[in-house]
Design a binder for this molecule. Structure first.
Ligand code: 5AD
Length: 344
């Protein structure tokens, strides 16, 4: 096992069978070993610096009905909201003052692309020096092109799973893996720094589907890789499904760090929600980004993708000092730069 991990470190890849062994037979001592190697790779490429992104949840209305997600269309038990242009800009101003130089606009999938294009244009005009990241789901090619022309730099769209049968078990009729992959190809081609990823331990995920995910991500070469544990939401069909595990999440974080030494990999809110020290553990396994919540406090609880989602304290933009303290406690500091992808 050790020599497999060392080879992954050296060569940045393994054969499918070897990934299978790594994922299925990784004992506690091997996990510590791979986490330490991944951490070294991050330290060599980024120093002890963690990039921060201000996350603005622009709305929880969604036309999709993904079985895992709390803001799915069929969930009639949550209060829907969307932020107007002025409110989004106010969040950016607040974030800019706090030192954020990347804003991530994330929301459920709706069709109001014109308004988002206007918002991106306004943010770009008022803050020429920030990076604008969008996470608004599947769009047609021309909408992505217009987002890019308006001044967006990055786009996050997890593929969720690269296995067609598994994709079908997570999403109802009407959504397709092929369209998701078309979107990711578009985003890359247009010139976005592109992020993709999966939920670890999503229902019906297997070692084999994970290997497919690893190989797909290897082929796509995304600039950002977002992975966090699946966490159930009580008003979804997956309410009774178990959460993804800390161990597998940390293993995958380290695998991705060893395969993609320069990628921007967040220690996700889901990981921070799963366990009290989740954020720190993610960083110590090779992650180098955190995304504190910049949304208006009154709306935060409505963006409930899963139960108990952390959005306060060190997960909140107002909690930056607390975050700084917690990072310092494990030997890291916050980097307030834009933190663009760079292969050097
Ligand atoms: N648990 C964990 N992550 C979730 N997401 C959606 N629902 C859940 C859940 N129940 C993730 C998806 C999506 C991202 C925005 O949030 O991977 O791409």
């Amino acid at each position: 096992m050790r020599s497999l991990i060392e080879r992954l470190h050296r060569e940045h890849t393994l054969a499918s069978d070897e990934f299978r062994v790594l994922l299925s037979q990784c004992e506690e001592e091997h996990l510590s070993f791979i986490n330490a190697l991944a951490r070294e790779v991050s330290l060599a490429n980024f120093g002890n610096k963690i990039f921060i992104r201000g996350l603005i949840e622009v709305g929880n209305c969604c036309k999709n009905d993904c079985y895992y997600c709390g803001i799915r269309r069929s969930n009639q038990l949550i209060e829907r909201y969307h932020l107007d242009e002025d409110t989004i800009l106010a969040c950016c101003r607040h974030g800019y003052e706090l030192g954020f130089r990347t804003f991530v606009l994330q929301g459920g999938e709706i069709n109001d692309d014109e308004m988002m294009i206007r918002v991106v244009t306004s943010i770009r005009k008022e803050f020429p020096d920030v990076a604008i990241t969008l996470s608004l789901g599947e769009k047609n090619t021309s909408v992505y092109e217009r987002f890019f022309q308006a001044g967006a730099n990055r786009y996050l769209l997890r593929h969720e799973t690269h296995n067609d049968l598994h994709y079908r078990k997570l999403h109802p009729e009407g959504m397709s893996l092929s369209n998701r992959l078309r979107c990711l190809d578009d985003l890359k081609r247009i010139g976005f720094q592109t992020g993709t990823g999966i939920m670890v331990g999503s229902p019906y995920q297997t070692i084999d589907t994970l290997v497919e995910d690893i190989l797909y991500i290897e082929k796509l070469q995304p600039e950002m890789i977002g992975i966090g544990p699946f966490l159930p939401h009580h008003d979804t069909p997956f309410a009774k499904m178990p959460s993804g595990s800390m161990k597998l999440t940390l293993l995958l974080l380290s695998i991705f760090r060893l395969m993609h030494p320069h990628a921007l990999i967040p220690s996700t809110t889901a990981l921070a929600t799963l366990a009290p020290e989740g954020r720190e553990k993610g960083i110590l396994a090779g992650a180098n980004v955190v995304m504190p919540n910049l949304s208006p406090v009154v709306q935060r609880s409505k963006y409930s993708l899963y139960d108990n989602k952390a959005s306060l304290g060190a997960e909140a933009a107002e909690g930056l000092l607390l975050l700084e303290k917690r990072l310092e406690a494990i030997g890291y500091t916050i980097d307030k730069g834009r933190g663009d992808y760079s292969a050097h």
